[in-house]
Design a protein around this ligand. Structure first.
Ligand code: ZN
Ligand code: FE
Length: 261
């Protein structure tokens, strides 16, 4: 497992299922332990037991099984408070706190801003812990990529990404999956002359060859290299031959190309 110190939260990445990351955010001072998107309970329980941590909060970004599948087993073992999107009350069982855009959650004194990011699913939230520079964004934004648009519209997804793009550029992006290498191949295919992208891809390939995570990615690096955040960047739009198209339409073209890549 890999731990990142973010004063005063410590975030542990727990690989789960085939390519999911579950995050455990721990504040030693207050004994607060939050798990984000537990797709399965087993690997999470293993870390909690090894470290003697008592789970206090579970956060779900959206209703997909690979993000909530471990809820029940964790709740039956710990008296943890389940926080998730109000818009998904019908598809996420047992939420103790249902949140909407603009809400601020309190996780053992840590304030998390709720940002609704529909597109991947009808209801989807990201939580921004500003004091810790940490963004938990589920399947909305990935390193060099974004989630598939299953239920929302392309315009909704673009607007969700704009919301995340406007956060502090130092934001650490804790996303739901290790999809970075596949995203990198696609990004290189449409933006091959981007030297910053080339450098990042090299770095990521090295990390993955040592079986290290590429997460967290930092927003400032995504701004220049993630094609899905650049649907309004004249350089990329020009390279795609889409000058004059709206950002929503450019985004849709890029997303559809990736779906068929
Ligand atoms: Zn999903
Ligand atoms: Fe997922």
């Amino acid at each position: 497992y890999w731990s990142f110190i973010m004063d005063p939260f410590q975030v542990t990445l727990v690989p789960a299922l085939s390519d999911n990351y579950v995050y455990i955010a721990r504040d030693e001072n207050t004994q607060t332990t939050m798990v984000v998107d537990p797709g399965e309970a087993g690997p999470v329980l293993k870390v909690l037991d090894e470290r003697g941590w008592n789970l206090t909060h579970i956060l779900n970004t959206h209703h997909h099984g690979d993000h909530i599948g471990g809820n029940e087993a964790l709740i039956s073992r710990f008296n943890a408070k389940l926080i998730g999107p109000k818009s998904e009350h019908a598809r996420i069982n047992g939420m103790d706190e249902q949140v909407v855009d603009g809400d601020v959650i309190d996780v053992g004194g840590h304030k998390g801003q709720v940002i609704e990011t529909p597109g991947h699913t009808r209801g989807h939230i990201a939580i921004w812990f500003a004091e810790s520079d940490a963004l938990f964004c589920g399947d909305t934004l990935f390193a060099l990529g974004c989630g598939r648009v299953f239920e929302g519209t392309m315009a909704q997804m673009w607007n969700s990404l704009l919301r995340l793009r406007s956060l502090n550029s130092t934001a650490k992006i804790y996303c739901g999956h290790e999809y970075t290498i596949s995203n990198a191949k696609f990004a290189m295919s449409i933006d091959p002359n981007n030297t910053k992208l080339q450098d990042r891809v090299k770095e990521f390939e090295e990390l993955r060859s040592k079986n290290q995570p590429t997460i967290p990615s930092v927003l400032i690096d995504e701004l220049d290299t993630n094609p899905f955040l650049r649907a309004d960047d004249p350089i990329l739009v020009g390279e795609l031959g889409l000058t004059g198209a709206t950002p929503e339409d450019v985004f849709a073209v890029i997303r559809e190309r990736k779906d068929n890549f």
